[in-house]
Design a binder for this molecule. Structure first.
Ligand code: 3H9
Length: 703
């Protein structure tokens, strides 16, 4: 038998074990081996039932994602064909689902007549996260098993379903008492089926899925969900496939599903989302850090500053069961911080995402202090105080005095020089940047700033810790703004300038949200605070602002006290969270343009897109060239998880590849020529971009 499969006949049962670590992805060789084993068992008269299981415990994480977009993806035997054959074997087939059955893995289980899981089993159809739909029968068989509404929810959310819920829904027929007993319980189940002369496949509970469905079900579903889908293709294709399950007999439904799947697989959105899937896994691989790099234990954490940022950071650790001490200078600020955390948890309780007991458990992990001496036993201290070098350096001097040897000292700075912060301590090897994004308990990005003297085990420990608290850690070198905010700078600069030239803030934002960014530049600045943005800019003016028009509109709004949402006015006016255009901002832009001798003109959407996005891309490529980012895909992760760049565009670097690097370069050169002195000053192509295009490269990489 094939090395990808274990095969054993035991007392009238054929046990077929999938053995392709790490996750039994159903690539062509495994598909072929599985088919061969099933045919062997089917043809063996001594076999009366077949049990398919994961030879190493885990059942199957689905189709092999590396095959998509290549001929291997449908090389014979293809997955839909293999699973169809499975449904037509002459003997009962039982799926013994250990740990996970995802995507094609769950579809494999659905092609089996019977399914048993264990207490830790999770099942799901997460194809949508890859810009796909289930393409091996899932969209047709799941609605027939658990009903249309529940099936559609699973496919549209892509969420994993725990064992008890899967049992209640009818995806699992029964549960083994423990993972260790799964295979034995599956065999018992098979023997019961033989003894009771159970049918090879039991009747489907929802054989006619459309029956009993409210007449306007699909219409209502669409009205409710479609606005959230924006320009995403996959949810619409899932929806069409499930409609087909209601309208067509199984075989025709399967054919329709396959056609839709192939459309999704060939789409740019799926290509981009597959890129993101692998980018997330690559980001954890950092040169100089091996599996053998020793990790420091993180059992106790301290956070300095109990403001919105510090509180949010602390919550991440409490959520992961790690005790946190919050340090503040004043008792009332500390109390306010702790109350705010409790209120935030209470909102989760109200939304049914947390129980009262969990709230209390998490609060019990949080303690407050006004005394640095109380941080003596912390394994990791994260400073989240005011963004000013001298203040942060002062905090680090104190930490150096009180913290135990080997404690990791982290700064949450968003733009300051971590080397200069490390330099005030006698242990720069223990200092690192951990840049959380606001709201810190929600946003998934964690920029891990590897300073000049940061020790490899400090970097390795913080990367591991980042994943423990559910973040996507991305390594950045030291520079102004690191990866994310440094790229934000030219992108926001163009947005500001375009308003002086004649666009409105709403027009700029609409172009960006039209691309499916979560929010436009100006909405984001109003939310983050026009004042916060101004203070960072002002502190770095000499280094970054080389002309009089530089973010001038933002400077003027700051001087008018228009700090954004919190003051009810910024680039827009607000009634609560409701945003309105403000003619005063347009008038201000007109006045500033006059003073700066900038001719006003109608600006079209394409120019807004190209100027903002090409400058963002150009800066990303420059960062890669400087070695601040380790790889282009890390830059993509930063912008997707920290700045609301749509994952289905793959991040700014992948988007540049989809546009064409040559076109991006031509665009930058065009603006350099057509925007006069301004163009000459700012539209300088990154040398790496020029080298890539000259070398005929189509991907962003270091050469
Ligand atoms: C599908 O099934 C389509 C069908 O409906 C129709 C077809 C016609 N393929 O994440 P980890 C690799 S679409 C290939 O670090 P964890 C992964 O790259 C598929 N490789 O571990 C990594 O490699 P490396 C639907 C895969 O424990 C290694 O395995 N299924 C696949 O944190 C370990 O992964 C999904 O979308 C795969 N399917 O998480 C599930 N899965 O070590 C996708 C993993 O070289 N997978 N790898 O970096 C996951 O969600 C997580 O990997 C999983 C494990 C939860 C399974």
């Amino acid at each position: 038998m094939h090395s990808l499969i274990t095969y054993q006949v035991d007392d009238s049962l054929a046990l077929i074990g999938l053995a392709r670590p790490p996750v039994n992805a159903l690539g062509q060789p495994l598909r072929a081996a599985l088919l061969e084993a099933c045919e062997l068992a089917n043809g063996d008269p001594s076999v009366r039932a077949i049990v398919i299981h994961g030879a190493n415990g885990l059942f199957c994480a689905g189709a092999d994602i590396t095959e998509f977009g290549s001929p291997a993806s449908f090389a014979a035997p293809d997955l839909p064909g293999l699973l169809l054959r499975l449904t037509r074997l002459d003997k009962p087939v039982i799926a013994a689902i250990g740990k996970l059955a995802l995507g094609g893995g769950l579809e494999l289980a659905l092609a089996c007549g019977y399914r048993i899981g264990e207490t830790n089993t999770r099942v799901g159809l997460p194809e949508i996260n890859l810009g796909l739909l289930p393409g091996a029968g899932g969209t047709q068989r799941l609605p027939r098993l658990i009903g249309v509404a529940a099936a559609l929810d699973m496919m549209i959310s892509g969420a994993q379903v725990a064992a008890d819920r899967a049992l209640a829904l009818g995806i699992l027929d029964r549960l083994a008492a423990s993972p260790e007993q799964l295979l034995a319980s599956a065999c018992d189940y098979a023997r019961e089926l033989i003894a009771s002369a159970a049918p090879v496949r039991p009747a489907e509970p929802f054989a006619e899925p459309a029956k009993d469905l409210e007449a306007d079900f699909f219409e209502r579903y669409c009205v409710e969900q479609e606005p959230r889908w924006k320009t995403r293709l996959a949810p619409r294709l899932v929806f069409s496939a499930v409609q087909a399950a209601c309208l067509l007999p199984l075989e025709q439904g399967l054919a329709r599903e396959l056609a839709l799947f192939k459309q999704a697989e060939a789409s740019r959105q799926s290509e981009a989302l597959r890129h993101v899937f692998f980018a997330e896994r690559e980001a954890g691989k950092v040169p100089g850090i091996e599996a053998s790099t020793a990790l420091r234990p993180i059992a106790k954490v301290a956070v300095i500053g109990a403001g919105t940022m510090g509180g949010g950071i602390a919550m991440n650790f409490a959520n992961a069961g790690i005790p946190v001490t919050l340090l503040e200078r004043q008792g009332d600020a500390l109390d306010r911080g702790l109350v705010h955390i409790r209120q935030t948890y209470a909102i989760s309780v109200k939304r049914g995402k947390l129980t009262d007991t969990q709230l209390e458990q998490r609060m019990a992990l949080l303690s407050g202090t006004l005394d640095y001496a109380d941080l003596a036993d912390a394994d990791l201290v994260i400073e989240a105080v005011f963004e000013q070098l001298a203040i942060k350096q002062d905090v680090f001097r104190q930490l150096d005095r009180v913290c135990k040897p080997g404690a990791i000292l982290a700064t949450n700075t968003s733009s300051l020089d971590v080397d200069q912060i490390a330099a005030v301590t006698a242990r720069p090897q223990d200092v690192i940047g951990l840049h959380f994004f606001s709201p810190a308990n929600v946003m998934r990005l964690l920029e891990v700033v590897n300073a000049r003297e940061t020790a490899p085990e400090v970097l390795a420990t913080t990367l591991k810790m980042g994943r423990t608290i559910g973040k996507i850690p991305v390594v950045s070198g030291v520079c102004f703004g690191f990866i994310g905010n440094r790229m934000l700078e030219p992108y926001a600069r163009e947005a500001h300038r375009l308003v002086l030239e004649g666009a409105t803030p709403a027009q700029v934002d609409d172009v960006l949200t039209g691309l499916d960014l979560n929010m436009g530049v100006f909405t984001m600045l109003d939310l983050a605070g026009v004042d916060v943005n101004f203070l960072v800019r002002d502190a770095n003016r000499a280094a970054i602002a080389h002309d009089d028009s530089y973010c001038r509109l933002g400077d003027e709004l700051y001087s008018l006290g228009r700090y954004g949402q919190k003051t009810g006015r910024g680039f827009y006016q607000y009634e609560g969270r409701q945003r309105h255009n403000d003619y005063e901002v347009v008038a201000l832009a007109e006045r500033l343009a006059g003073e700066l001798h900038i001719p006003r003109r109608p600006v079209d959407d394409k120019e807004i897109h190209d100027r903002c996005l090409f400058m963002l891309i150009n800066e990303g490529i420059q960062l890669l060239d400087e070695g601040i980012a380790l790889r282009a895909s890390d830059i993509d992760l930063v912008w997707i998880n920290g700045y609301g760049f749509p994952a289905h565009l793959g991040g700014p670097m992948h988007y540049a590849e989809q546009i064409g690097l040559d076109r991006v370069l031509a665009g930058i050169r065009y603006f350099r020529q057509t925007l006069g002195d301004y163009g000459q000053m700012w539209f300088t192509p990154a040398p790496l971009l020029e080298r890539l295009v000259a070398a005929g490269k189509t991907t962003v990489e270091r050469i």
